[in-house]
Design a protein around this ligand. Structure first.
Ligand SMILES: O=P(O)(O)OC[C@H]1O[C@H](OP(=O)(O)OP(=O)(O)O)[C@H](O)[C@@H]1O
Ligand SMILES: Nc1ncnc2[nH]cnc12
Length: 183
């Protein structure tokens, strides 16, 4: 497991495709499917995320549905820690904690199984994109309400112009926000 080299970062960036006006006019959608289809890039990404788990002493990884699952699950396995899914409302069968939030292009609600997180857990949240920061902010609220500690947030791509970092700052409460690539 290792951090990203400059070449790795360039590789990741080159595998993220811009799709204009999706899912609505004015949005530049960042499509990670070309990256997922490239085993070299996906492996470098998984290594880098697993290294962040170790760096920040995470004992669990939370992945945010749906694209966050794809990145978080292999990183958790590689780091040797548990993977906890935070799902869109109505998908988890057990007793849940829920949190509503706003997206760049709509509103949503996420949930986690209450029994999956608790005191003693140190949680790294992993997602593909940080846009407005609403999803990550809601996930931090859930983690704290479950009684767990936030180790940090790690994203593949930060959309700097949407200023999600400043929105997230108060909820981070000193925990790190790690973006592998920022545009
Ligand atoms: O910083 P924010 O403004 O909250 O936006 C970022 C979130 O938006 C996307 O998820 P989306 O809800 O579109 O779901 P998906 O992963 O299921 O496609 C993305 O995967 C992040 O989770
Ligand atoms: N512009 C964007 N591209 C990809 N995922 C997103 N999630 C929120 N905004 C996004």
């Amino acid at each position: 497991m290792s951090a990203l080299t400059r070449d790795d970062r360039d590789l990741l960036l080159s595998r993220i495709r811009d799709v204009a006006d999706y899912p609505k006019p004015g949005v530049m959608f960042k499509d990670i499917t070309p990256l997922l289809a490239d085993p070299e890039a996906f492996s470098a990404l998984t290594d880098a995320l697993a290294a962040l788990c170790e760096k920040h002493g995470a004992t669990k990884v939370v992945g945010l549905e749906a694209r966050g699952f794809i990145l978080a699950a292999p990183a958790a396995v590689r780091a040797g820690v548990g993977f906890i899914p935070v799902r869109k409302a109505g998908k988890l069968p057990g007793a849940t904690l829920g949190q509503a939030y706003e997206l760049e292009y709509g509103t949503a609600e996420i949930e986690v199984h209450a029994e999956d997180l608790g005191a003693g857990d140190r949680v790294l949240v992993i997602d593909d994109v940080l846009a407005t920061g609403g999803t990550a902010e809601a996930s931090l609220e859930l983690i704290r309400r479950a009684g767990a500690q936030v180790a940090g947030v790690a994203v593949l791509l930060e959309l700097g112009f949407l200023e999600g970092r400043s929105r997230l700052e108060p909820s981070l409460d000193g925990a790190p926000l790690e973006a592998l690539v920022t545009v």
